[in-house]
Design a protein around this ligand. Structure first.
Ligand SMILES: [Zn+2]
Length: 80
């Protein structure tokens, strides 16, 4: 009986994780390894917009520093 209860509980947790209608906050921090340039972008994505998010983030992948031209490093922070 106890095992059955545990299974039901984990089922509920899984459903919550994939539940639509929740937003994911993403912060992308662009920083230059060569100078002090630093910029951060914040965006909120709906869970069903994960694909849009990935496309948006890929744009940042090839950005270079406006000050010195070095390729920027990107750090992503997720707040789910
Ligand atoms: Zn730079």
């Amino acid at each position: 009986m106890e095992t059955e209860n545990l299974q039901q509980e984990s089922g509920t947790i899984t459903n919550e994780l994939i539940e639509p209608g929740k937003n994911i906050k993403v912060r992308a921090i662009m920083s230059c390894p060569n100078c002090s340039y630093r910029k951060s972008f914040k965006n909120t994505f709906h869970r069903s917009d994960i694909e849009t998010m990935v496309v948006s983030l890929k744009v940042f992948d090839w950005l270079s520093c406006p000050s010195c031209g070095e390729m920027l490093k990107m750090t992503l922070e997720f707040e789910i």
